[in-house]
Design a protein around this ligand. Structure first.
Ligand SMILES: NC(=O)c1ccc[n+]([C@@H]2O[C@H](COP(=O)([O-])OP(=O)(O)OC[C@H]3O[C@@H](n4cnc5c(N)ncnc54)[C@H](O)[C@@H]3O)[C@@H](O)[C@H]2O)c1
Length: 268
């Protein structure tokens, strides 16, 4: 049974998969009973339609992951129906612009609540269940922005994502003895709907944006939502039974390099 928060997908005019949707479909392909939760029920329903198209099914629920009562209701409904939670997957995040001077206090709080407090709330509700079961896998989605500087002024986003790493590490150590594993996936530059909302303002054209992002990656192309989904399937699986408190960078080598991509290379 996999409980996935942020299982919808942000709006996009292009036919591209988001991390949450691809992961929900990937868990269902592996035979998991998926509960797809999103603040936008229609988006979660859309995800369900993809799961159904492949001959599987999932349960859809609406909840705001920043609300303790919403999270409690979801977890209670999951327990009423499945009586267990094997996988908790935290995908939700928002991104708001600005450094410490430009960003408002309200924006800081909103991003921290959505990207970080949400993990605290879902883990608060699910850990006792997993502890009782004596098993469980938690996957929290971070970002390369929480591991390295990106050159974009998103102070609240990058700080919240760095904290996702340490929150997960600390929690994983506390709960390792109960058979619960917790790991982080940090996606790099991914070709997902979100980037068309937040990065287009920096580029003169879509093509320029895609080319520039690809050029910065040692593998010379962006990743996609399926790269995150497959990493999630692995970390949630029994094959990863000895892996906990880790941060997995799914970034095509981006975080391993010094300097930046094509600008410093003479090969195309
Ligand atoms: N897309 C990228 O390039 C990229 C790069 C690095 C990290 N990430 C991380 O991947 C994760 C999301 O993937 P994505 O960018 O493909 O987005 P996504 O398309 O998976 O959408 C996230 C979903 O979260 C939902 N959501 C937003 N606020 C919510 C709330 N308060 N309660 C419940 N649901 C809520 C949205 O409705 C949306 O359906 C985030 O944690 C993000 O930081 C993405």
């Amino acid at each position: 049974m996999a409980l996935l928060f942020g299982a919808g997908q942000v709006e996009c005019e292009y036919d591209i998969w988001g991390n949450g949707r691809a992961t929900a479909v990937a868990y269902a392909r592996e035979g998991a009973s998926v509960v797809a939760v999103d603040i936008d029920l229609d988006k979660a329903e859309e995800t369900r339609s993809y799961v159904v198209k492949e001959g599987n099914d999932c349960v859809v629920m609406a909840a705001d992951v920043t609300s303790k009562s919403d999270v409690e209701v979801v977890v209670q409904r999951v327990m009423d129906r499945f009586d267990r939670v094997d996988i908790l997957h935290n995908n939700v995040a928002i991104n708001e612009k600005g450094g410490p001077v430009e960003a408002s206090e309200e924006s800081w709080d909103r991003v921290m609540d959505t990207n970080l407090k949400s993990l605290f709330l879902t883990c608060k509700c699910v850990l006792p269940i997993m502890q009782k079961q004596g098993s469980g896998a938690i996957i929290n989605i971070g970002s390369i922005a929480g591991v390295r500087g990106t050159g974009h002024d998103y102070i609240s986003y990058s700080t919240s994502k760095a904290a996702v790493g340490h929150f997960t590490r600390a929690m994983a150590l506390q709960y390792a003895k109960y058979g619960i594993r917790a790991n982080v996936i940090h996606p790099g530059l991914m070709d997902t709907p979100r980037i068309y909302q937040i990065t287009t303002e920096y580029y003169s054209s879509l093509d320029q944006m895609r080319k520039h992002r690809a050029a910065n990656v040692p593998m010379r192309h962006m990743g996609d939502a399926w790269d995150v989904a497959y990493a999630s399937v692995f970390l949630a699986s029994d094959e990863a039974k000895y892996i906990t408190a880790q941060e997995l960078l799914v970034d095509g080598g981006l975080s391993a390099q010094i300097g930046g991509g094509l600008l410093e290379r003479d090969d195309p």
